[in-house]
Structures are given as C-alpha cells and as structure tokens.
Design a protein around this ligand. Structure first.
Ligand code: HEC
Length: 304
C-alpha cells in the first residue's frame, strides 16, 4: 500500500472509531436518563373517589372510556378492553395495551389509584406508565374520571394475559428528545391540573378534545409521519385549514369522517385512525372539535 493511502485509511478508521464511541456514549446518556425518569416514584396523593351505580353515571363513564379515552380501540386496550393489538415499532419499541377488565389488572387497583392513573399517568407504585397517552386526556374532570372507574368496574371480566410493553433503544432517545412520548408522567404537571370547561360546541372546549388527536397528528396538528414509526404505519394527515388539510371542509364532511370513517374525497380511512372510538362522540363534542380545528392558523402538511 502506498504510504499516502495508508495514512488516509488510518485517518478514516480514526473518524469511524470516534463516531462509534461518541454514538455509544450519547446512547448511554440518553438511555440512563430515560431509565432514571421511568424509575422515579412520584409523590402524588391518592384522590377521594365516589364510585356510583347510577345508570346515568355509568353511561357517562362508558362515553368517557370509549368515545373520549379511546380505550377500546383495537390498537389500545381492544374492543372488549381485554388487551389491544401489539404496536410493533421495531427499535422504537413494542407497546401492547393490557387487559383492563376485572379479569385483568383492574382488580389490583383501588378506585383512587385508577383515578390517579388517568389524571397523572402513574401506576399503582407511583412510577410512570409507559406510552399510554394520559397527557392527552388528563383534562377530564373528577366527575368524569369517577364515572369512568365506576363503568370499568362493570365491564365483563375476561381472563387474558398481557402482551409486551418494551421501549427500544431508538424509542428511549426519541422520548428524551420529545419526539415520541413513552415516559408519560414526565409530561404532566402534577401540581396543577388543566381541566376542561363544561362541554359546549365551542373552540374553548374543542381545544381540550383536540389533545386526543395530537399523539398521532402532532402538536401543531399538521400531520406527517410519526417519528420512528415503521413504513407500514399510515401517515396522519393535516387537520389545520390548509389546502393540504381541512380547507373547505364543512361540519358535515367532518362528521362523516368521524362517524363513518369516510374522507371528503370518498376514500375510506385506514383503521389506524381510531374511528370506532370517535364515532361515539356526541354532536357537542364533534362541533367543538371542528370549531377549534378550523380556528387554527393553516399549517402546511408534515410540520407535525
Ligand atoms: C392513533 C392515531 C390517530 C389518532 C389518535 C387520531 N388520528 Fe386522525 N388520522 C390518523 C391517520 C393515520 C390518518 C390517515 C389515514 C389514512 O390515510 O387513511 C388520519 C386521518 C384523519 C383525517 C382525514 C383527513 C383527510 O384529509 O381526509 C381527519 C379529519 C382526522 N384524522 C381527524 C382526527 C381527529 C379529529 C382526531 C382526534 C379526535 C384524530 N384524527 C385522532 C391517525 C390518528
């Protein structure tokens, strides 16, 4: 080998070594910050909860669980709440909603622990849940959370083992960089809850409902690929009134989309968009959401 070539090759080897060592060090720091935060035990007191058997309260609880929480969608806890389809996202992780019927983890939790879980994203032991998007519905008020718990106590018991929940190396980095949320409790203000006002068909209420959409459609609601998601996962679209989004949509178009899963252009929506849940929203909720989305500044597709 000519001396110059040898020198260049040695130089390149050095650069590769620096990149590899640097990459490993970067990963080690991110992963340990992630594990440390997931291991943190939060000191959040248990609330007082009154369980009810009043049919009106139970019906509201079912609505909160199914239409708003989206708990029973296929990719979350499943139609019968006995466990969802695993979301397999390669190096980002695998996330499977567990069995939350009385035959599953429900019996291990007191009513107060369940309400704390839905408001603060904390497990029974005070550590963060992984991946379950509590930050998107922690605005539900005490009455709604008590109704949800009362309802969950009444669903048929199913005995079914829980699937895998595991954050992968890329998932841990994306979480620390705020691109993909796994460490749920870190995203919630545990001192001061930001609760929604009473339901009205206005943007003020729609703003809270729209949080149910941001996990997929992005904080700015303009859509684009979910960071780290495999190519097989459908891409959330633009929900702002831009030409690439909902410009020109009428409430009727939006209603058809949420209730039937049919887009304005006639195409059927990919079932990854949890239409089975949102179809159960009532008219006040759908009008509030639409009013809020249409009041957003138009943003081009993909900025998330
Ligand atoms: C689990 C992820 C997920 C959540 C949560 C979600 N969406 Fe979607 N949404 C999608 C995906 C993916 C698509 C594109 C589906 C396709 O291409 O068929 C989509 C498409 C849409 C469209 C179609 C836009 C068009 O141009 O036709 C609308 C409207 C919409 N979503 C509204 C909402 C609203 C409102 C919410 C919150 C209440 C919401 N979505 C929550 C994943 C989601």
């Amino acid at each position: 080998m000519k001396p110059l070539v040898k020198k260049v090759l040695l130089g390149l080897g050095g650069v590769v070594a620096i990149v590899v060592v640097g990459g490993c060090a970067f990963y080690a720091v991110q992963a340990s910050a992630f594990e440390g935060s997931m291991d943190k035990v939060y000191d959040v007191p248990l609330p007082k909860v009154e369980r009810s058997t009043d049919p009106v309260v139970l019906a509201r609880g079912k609505h909160v669980v199914e239409a708003l929480g989206g708990c029973s969608s296929a990719d979350c806890h499943g139609k019968d709440l006995a466990g969802g389809r695993p979301l397999v996202m390669g190096p980002v992780g695998t996330f499977t909603g567990p069995n939350i019927t009385p035959g599953g983890m429900l019996t291990a939790y007191s009513d107060a622990e369940l309400v704390r879980l839905m408001r603060h994203g904390l497990k029974k032991d005070g550590r963060s849940l992984a991946f379950m998007p509590v930050q998107d519905f922690s605005w539900l008020d005490d009455g709604d959370l008590a109704a949800a718990v009362s309802y969950l106590r009444t669903v048929p018991s199913v005995s079914k083992a829980n699937g895998l929940v595991k954050a992968g190396p890329i998932g841990k980095i994306l979480d620390r960089k705020d691109k993909f949320i796994i460490d749920v409790a870190r995203r919630i203000d545990h001192q001061k809850a930001d609760l929604a006002p009473k339901p009205t068909p206005t943007p003020e209420y729609g703003k809270y409902l729209s949080r149910l959409c941001t996990g997929c459609h992005g904080e700015g609601l303009s859509g684009g690929p979910i960071p780290g998601a495999p190519k097989s996962m459908p891409i959330p679209l633009n929900l702002t009134p831009d030409a690439t989004g909902l410009a020109g949509w009428k409430y009727e178009d939006f209603d058809k989309l949420l209730t039937l899963g049919v887009r304005k252009n006639g195409a059927t929506l990919n079932p990854f968009m949890p239409v089975t849940s949102f179809a159960q929203m009532d008219e006040t909720e759908k009008r509030a959401l639409f009013a809020y989305l249409m009041a957003q500044p138009p943003r081009p597709f993909g900025g998330r």
